[in-house]
Design a protein around this ligand. Structure first.
Ligand code: HEC
Ligand code: HEC
Length: 342
């Protein structure tokens, strides 16, 4: 009973996740639409009719597989899973390769293999690998578990994910039950809700989108924060860490490390401006209202002096949206308890 209710909860969490991704994708499109030169016209079309027109072009929420498992093709799944063999073994008791052995994975906990050195991105997820968790992970591992060590792009095709998961299910002494009709309905409803959420972005994500349209009249370079925010969930924190070497001249990143020319940045995402005790910030930074949310970080790292006029941070900025998204994804991991992804 507790396992089925936790599966339900997982689906709800999954749905919120999907809704977030969809909202972000919508944000990206809005960001793309407001960026061009004829900004006023584009902004209007993005805000009104344009939003409706742009949606079908964007990636859909992750389709559930629960309802497909009963009729999925296990043999085909085994065939597709050859892609996983570079890194995973499937037989009972077989040793790990680059990735853990996957015998008995369905319904098991995250980070199930004794002695395998998992990333905390995986080992800190404290719930079972239900069917829809596997579905979301295999759709896009890095979006599901930012910071995961699994270097695999994902399986975009829903029927392929269903077949692979149906195959994974057979790798057990006693395969767990297929989803009940109730669970299938819940997964399908979560998906429908996510699609509806895409049509009307939830308040949490709307804060990022208007930022692009309100600041774009301001001086160049155009603030593309919404587009950057949309990239964060799928950005690679490892790449961000690499890029953040540019920041290391002036910033330390480890918990409790002293300031350099700039403050220590542990726990910065979601924190207040001028967060480090005892660091001598500019008045400009101290007086900036609000918190370091994703949109403001994206703007600040594009052009510090534009985002916080009068800041002491002498850094030209990172022009590429992908670079900023990766750095912010990395900054997010510098925390005992990373804030939720956008
Ligand atoms: C390039 C290597 C690589 C490929 C290809 C790969 N994986 Fe992984 N996989 C990993 C690594 C490494 C981990 C551990 C991730 C971590 O700790 O963040 C992992 C973890 C997992 C987990 C979580 C296991 C657990 O104990 O929690 C599952 C499930 C999984 N992979 C399934 C698959 C499937 C299915 C495929 C093929 C469709 C696949 N992987 C392809 C490297 C890979
Ligand atoms: C040349 C030195 C220098 C470089 C390079 C630099 N910074 Fe800074 N940074 C500073 C200083 C100085 C401050 C304090 C600014 C102020 O008080 O106005 C600061 C402040 C910040 C803040 C606000 C901290 C807070 O507590 O409010 C963030 C976030 C930040 N930097 C991120 C970065 C990132 C990410 C990079 C690399 C992409 C970077 N910085 C590169 C010097 C630098």
């Amino acid at each position: 009973m507790s396992s089925s209710s936790s599966l339900e909860l997982n689906k709800i969490v999954g749905a919120i996740l999907v809704a977030g991704i969809v909202a972000m994708v919508t944000g990206t499109l809005a960001g793309m639409l407001v960026k061009p030169h004829h900004a006023e016209h584009e902004a209007v079309s993005a805000g009104e009719g344009g939003g409706g027109a742009a949606k079908p072009a964007g990636p859909a929420p992750i389709e559930p597989i629960s309802g497909l498992l009963a009729n999925a093709d296990v043999a085909k799944g085994q065939d597709i899973a050859k892609k996983c063999l570079t890194c995973h073994s499937f037989g009972k008791g077989e040793p790990a390769k680059v990735g853990p052995n996957l015998y008995g994975i369905v319904g098991n906990k995250h980070g199930h293999m004794e002695g395998f050195s998992y990333s905390t991105a995986i080992s800190s997820i404290n719930k079972p690998w239900g069917y829809e968790e596997l579905n979301h992970f295999l759709f896009n591992p890095k979006a599901y578990a930012p910071g995961t060590k699994m270097g695999f792009a994902g399986l975009p095709k829903t029927d392929e994910r269903a077949d692979v998961i149906a195959y994974l299910r057979t790798l057990a002494d006693a395969p767990v039950a297929l989803p009940t009709q109730e669970e299938i309905d819940a997964a399908n409803k979560a998906y429908e809700d996510a699609k509806a959420a895409a049509a009307a972005p939830p308040p949490s994500s709307s804060s990022a989108a208007p930022a692009a349209s309100t600041t774009q009249e301001a001086a160049a370079p155009a603030d593309d924060s919404a587009a950057v925010v949309a990239l964060i969930a799928s950005a690679d924190p490892a790449k961000g860490q690499e890029i953040a070497k540019k920041c290391a001249v002036c910033h330390s990143f480890g918990q409790g490390e002293p300031a350099k020319v700039g403050p220590n940045l542990y726990g910065i995402v979601g924190n207040k401006h001028a967060h480090m005790e005892g660091f001598s910030y500019s008045e400009a930074m101290k007086n900036t209202p609000g918190t370091w949310d994703y949109a403001h970080l994206a703007h600040f790292l594009l052009n510090p002096k534009d985002a916080v006029p009068g800041t002491k941070m002498a850094f030209a900025g990172l022009k590429k949206p992908e670079d900023r998204a990766a750095v912010i994804a990395y900054l997010r991991t510098l925390s005992d308890n990373p804030v939720p992804l956008p």
